[in-house]
Design a protein around this ligand. Structure first.
Ligand code: HEM
Length: 393
């Protein structure tokens, strides 16, 4: 029998054989026990993810009951909204993500990356996640939101606790909910402080912004801060470590980067496709749908398996080969359409800067496989620990 359970540790270890079976045998899959449907083929995922008429984000995008339902926007802001409210909120926040604003972050990102890498070079070995990949994305978000350096470690620890799942736990665990409350309280205080003393950060900009003559409520800004952490932190951390891991596993591809470091952007794109850090995105049907000869009722939870779509043989040639030269632009790792990842260019910039600086120093890096630890999360895929042996190149 074909069983797909996104909570199972087996699915976190290697979901790709299960995805291949889903695409072949059950392109519309039904899990009665967990009460969801799943689409796994590229064409189906792509058309659903863009379709805000038939599919809604307003009940959240995860399977976790605690983060699902009409209140989902409290934690997920406009990611858990449909147009027109989504359109208005996103338009406001987008001002913080214009190409000019993102590009302006590059020198700061490079300086932070270099500082981490120099510390790693001194030690000669490193857990790449603890020393860099798990820190930098949060630091970048913190800079944007104006979080002081002294608070960043605590905030990062809460963010990690929010997404971690022990095996067999089918919801946000109490520690996760507690972490969410800490994050909520923390940003409520930051918003209150910025109301009193505006600064140059995104929180201050949002406090001053208006939609149709109306200001955002403090709670709406706090939700947005939480979304930045949920959407922009773990995903980018995982991309960075996945890139080093898969290049190490594929010596022929590593040689291509060694011969031409100009291939780093191709390395990033292929890593995003081959092992998407955001594997699953959920929707709820607005109305009854007919899919693959079956009826999916109104109000049903449908999981869109991004990681599977990226490996669909109908969309990519030799999808299970890691090939940094391929055109990976059909990948759906950042979503598509209305909810297309607002931070995609920022994530790509962070990855490029980190990998450029890393490669300059450690082209001979080795992964120590015995120390690898996978993260266990319903939608995020990647490493909790990636031990490296480092020699200066
Ligand atoms: C490799 C890194 C990243 C991946 C794989 C990723 C993936 C995604 C995906 C798949 C979505 C679409 C969700 C949907 O359709 O419901 C999304 C949305 C979003 N992402 Fe990212 N993301 C990444 C990095 C970031 C960063 C760095 C930020 C910001 C700092 C960010 C902020 C957002 C926001 C605000 C949304 C909501 C957009 C909307 O609903 O209109 N992401 N991301």
């Amino acid at each position: 029998m074909l069983v797909y359970d996104p909570y199972a540790y087996e699915a976190h270890e290697d979901p790709y054989p299960i995805y291949a079976r889903l695409r072949a045998e059950a392109p519309l899959y039904r899990n009665e026990a967990l009460d969801f449907w799943a689409l796994s083929r590229h064409a189906d995922v792509l058309s659903a993810i863009k379709d805000t008429e038939r599919y809604s984000n307003a009940h959240g995008v995860t399977l976790d009951p605690a983060a699902s339902g009409p209140h989902a926007h409290l934690g997920m802001s406009f990611l858990a909204m449909d147009p027109p409210r989504h359109t208005q909120m996103r338009a406001l926040v987008s001002r913080g993500f214009t190409p000019r604003r993102v590009a302006a972050l590059e020198p700061r990102i490079r300086a932070m990356a270099v500082a981490h890498l120099e510390r790693m070079a001194e030690a000669g070995r490193s857990d790449f996640v603890a020393d860099l990949a798990g820190r930098l994305p949060m630091d970048v978000i913190s800079e944007m939101l104006g979080v002081p350096e002294t608070d960043r470690g605590t905030l990062r620890a809460w963010a990690d606790r929010l997404v971690h799942r022990e095996e067999g736990v089918l919801d946000v665990p109490p520690e996760g909910l507690e972490a969410f409350q800490h994050i909520w309280r923390y940003f409520s205080e930051r918003v209150a402080e910025r109301t009193r003393t505006p600064g140059e950060d995104l929180i201050s900009a949002l406090l001053a912004a208006e939609i149709d003559g109306q200001r955002l409520a403090p709670a709406e800004i706090v939700s947005f801060c939480n979304l930045m952490i949920v959407a922009g932190n773990e995903t980018t951390t995982k991309l960075l470590a996945n890139a080093l891991y898969w290049l190490w596993r594929n010596p022929d591809q590593r040689k291509l980067v060694a011969d031409d470091p100009g291939r780093i952007p191709g390395w990033i794109e292929e890593t995003l496709r081959y092992d998407a850090s955001s594997q699953v995105i959920g929707r709820v049907t607005h109305r009854e749908l007919a899919l693959h000869g079956q009826r999916v009722p109104e109000g049903a939870r449908v999981l869109l398996l991004l990681g599977s779509a990226n490996r669909d043989e109908r969309a990519f040639e030799s999808p299970d080969a890691y090939d940094i030269r391929r055109n990976a632009s059909a990948m759906v790792s950042f979503g598509q359409g209305t909810h297309f990842c607002l931070g995609a260019s920022l994530a790509r910039l962070e990855a490029r800067v980190v990998l450029e600086e890393f490669w300059r120093r450690f082209p001979d890096y080795e992964v120590e496989p015995a120390g690898l630890v996978r993260v266990h999360s319903v939608n995020v895929r990647g490493f909790a620990a990636l031990p490296l042996e480092l020699r200066r190149g």
